[in-house]
Design a protein around this ligand. Structure first.
Ligand code: SP5
Ligand code: ZN
Length: 350
């Protein structure tokens, strides 16, 4: 299988994220992807390739993100430094937000101040935006787009090995370490390539709120997610079981939240439920936002999957028999994320 590798990923290197009143070292670090590359050099289960330079990337981005949000991202670093030249040495984090209209704040007058604009487009203060974030996120989306093109061209599996991750990024917002929703770019590209029904099966520990929102009112992209119960787990404000889709999309979103502490037996049974729903939808292709933060050793998550479990998980996913694009999402047990990721890729082979 082709593994589209984001050679620009390390240009996104946040220093600290806000957590409960403290700035703590970032969990989403360049070494995560390096560990996957190191493990792939020992177990070459795929071929590392780079996306072609002439992909219609901007058009693909506009299919899932608003033009104003993409424009914000493209110029965010310039505008952050313009706010104060000293900012060049500091990552951009939001600190003020226009809460929803029900709180009485106005959202109809676009602010000029960059700190306010950052608050408009970011839903948490855990996602540092750095000088190289846009370049890295953009190239990562190119990997996702290229992976979909490979599958449209007849490859059975393809992976976008990229960071920053993507599944928390919504139509017009960043957050959860994510800027561009790579899984949504991939799913939309599969659809635009002629596949009328595409399924997304998100196995990251955290609910894929961005992907859910992007496709929430659509019946042509079915979204399913197994994740920590948002009543206690990030991203808290989306991911409940009663979110089933809306309008034409009603019945085309499935959330399977599980309590913190869930082990493999229950997670596995829940995967069967999710895969049955995917099968019932009868998709022509599958996108798997692949988070490895379900691992028992993950420092910020609460499920208890073990390294060997990932072989079994991907063997089951492969048995769906669907052309599949995988996007690299979370997984913060940095030393183990390479083994766990390559176990998934090895299991796909049966
Ligand atoms: C893609 C993905 O997995 N994003 C997850 C984003 C989670 N962000 C909030 C996590 C806060 C955990 N901080 C724990 C610090 C303990 N020292
Ligand atoms: Zn996650």
């Amino acid at each position: 299988m082709k593994i589209f590798h984001n050679t620009h990923h390390a240009e996104h290197a946040g220093r600290q994220e806000m957590f409960r009143g403290r700035l703590v070292d970032c969990h989403e670090v360049p070494m995560r992807l390096q560990h996957v590359l190191d493990e792939l050099s020992k177990r070459p289960v795929g071929t590392l390739v780079q996306p072609a330079a002439d992909l219609p990337l901007d058009a693909a981005l506009r299919r899932v993100h608003s033009a104003d949000y993409l424009d914000f991202l493209a110029h965010a670093w310039r505008d952050w430094v313009a706010l104060d030249p000293a900012n060049a040495a500091v990552d951009a984090l939001p600190s003020v937000w226009p809460l929803a209209a029900r709180h009485g704040f106005r959202t109809d007058v676009p602010p000029l101040n960059f700190a306010a604009r950052l608050g408009q487009y970011a839903f948490d203060s855990g996602t540092p935006l750095t000088a190289g974030s846009w370049a890295a996120a953009r190239e990562g989306a190119a990997c996702a787009l290229a992976a979909s093109h490979a599958v449209l061209g007849g490859d059975h599996f393809a992976m976008a090995l990229t960071r920053p991750p993507g599944h928390h990024a919504g139509p017009n917002y960043m957050g959860g370490y994510c800027f561009i929703n790579n899984a949504a770019v991939a799913a939309q590209a599969l659809h635009d390539g002629g596949l009328q029904r595409v399924a997304v099966l998100d196995v990251d520990y955290h609910h894929g709120n961005g992907t859910q929102t992007i496709f929430y009112e659509r019946s042509d992209v079915f979204t399913a997610s197994i994740h920590g119960d948002p009543r206690t787990e990030y991203p808290f404000f989306l991911g409940h079981a009663d979110e089933r889709g809306a309008g034409a999309g009603e019945g085309f979103n499935l959330n399977l939240p599980l309590p913190r502490g869930t082990g493999f037996e229950v997670w596995w049974a829940t995967l069967q439920t999710a895969m049955q729903a995917v099968s019932d939808f009868a998709p022509q292709a599958l996108v798997v936002p692949l988070g490895l933060d379900t691992f028992e050793g993950d420092p910020i998550s609460g499920f208890k999957l073990r390294s060997a479990d990932y072989l079994q998980v991907s063997r089951a996913i492969a048995q769906l028999g669907l052309p599949t694009v995988l996007t690299f999402e979370g997984g913060y047990a940095v030393a183990e994320v390479g083994v766990n990721t390559v176990n998934v890729l090895e299991g796909l082979r049966g």
